[in-house]
Design a protein around this ligand. Structure first.
Ligand SMILES: [Zn+2]
Length: 287
């Protein structure tokens, strides 16, 4: 049996005050990782963060985007994934040195996770937590605990050999009645989800997996959403950045290089602008 790849599923437990999500990625993992020459462990951590960002964006109740950034003093200086409500993902790793490390602590060192949420309507907001738990999934659960104050548990899987990443999220719904009972239900579902194995989440489709995990519960599965790799860079965004450069400096770059070029760190696309195209930004220069 093969899974329908690159899909996000949301579900509700009928009699319990709990929601769930499941994400399974293959092509998105390949697309994001293949653009760069990362080591397997670095690719795997990036894959975990892509799966995590899918789960996070699926918790949004509005249209917008999320950026999840890991920063630390370890071999990975910076790791970022951006996603939006259409489940379009992109990601990047900046290494400060080559590494054989494989654990989160070994790769990131002492660091923080910054989660920035940008609604299409309204002000952006940001949450920061220390990356002081053993796994990325535990750090994210900690984020929900301090920022959102909603009991949430996350499971993440990533395998560079299989070029697959996946994840699951279980979250208590807010505004319930019997808090004590709901907490127990939540913990019960977490225990069941905890039995999930990587070979299952990488091979079973959502229905089979949910049956395997929760066959004694009534689960309501919603319409799945496709996940894809999509870089949000564009010529217009480059020109917006170029407009910030001092015209004198811009003129000297054109004189030296013949044009101005910008390469997107995420997708490696290079945008080249000649003098004619940059004319609106050169107006202040006196000849
Ligand atoms: Zn790009």
């Amino acid at each position: 049996m093969t899974i329908k790849n690159d899909v996000l599923n949301r579900y509700l437990f009928d009699d319990l005050h709990v929601r769930g999500e499941l994400v399974q990625l293959q092509q998105t993992y390949k697309d994001i990782v293949s653009l760069h020459d990362y080591s397997p462990a670095v690719s795997q951590l990036l894959g975990e963060l892509v799966a995590a960002t899918c789960l996070l964006t699926a918790t949004l109740k509005f249209e917008g985007e999320i950026a999840v950034q890991l920063q630390g003093d370890g071999p990975i200086g910076y790791l970022a994934v951006n996603g939006n409500h259409k489940q379009e993902m992109r990601g990047i790793v900046r290494l400060s040195q080559e590494t054989e490390e494989t654990t989160l602590q070994g790769l990131i060192g002492k660091g923080t996770m910054v989660i920035t949420i940008r609604p299409e309507q309204g002000e952006p907001y940001q949450g920061v937590v220390a990356l002081d738990r053993e796994t990325l999934a535990d750090c994210l659960a900690h984020y929900f605990e301090v920022s959102e104050q909603i009991p949430t548990k996350i499971w993440l899987f990533s395998d560079n050999e299989k070029q697959q990443a996946a994840g699951s999220l279980v979250q208590l719904l807010p505004d319930g009645g019997d808090k004590e009972k709901q907490q127990l239900d939540f913990e019960h579902l977490c225990q069941l989800t905890n039995t999930i194995k990587s070979e299952e989440i990488f091979t079973l489709d959502a229905e089979a997996l949910l049956y395997r995990l929760y066959h004694q519960e009534k689960v309501q599965l919603f319409e799945p959403q496709n996940v894809s790799y999509q870089c949000s860079c564009s010529e217009d965004k480059c020109l917006t950045a170029i407009a910030q450069i001092n015209p004198v400096e811009l003129k000297s770059i054109i004189k030296e290089q013949g044009n101005v070029s910008m390469t997107c760190d995420y997708c490696m696309t290079t945008y080249v602008f000649d003098e004619l195209k940059l004319q609106p930004f050169l107006n202040d220069v006196k000849h």
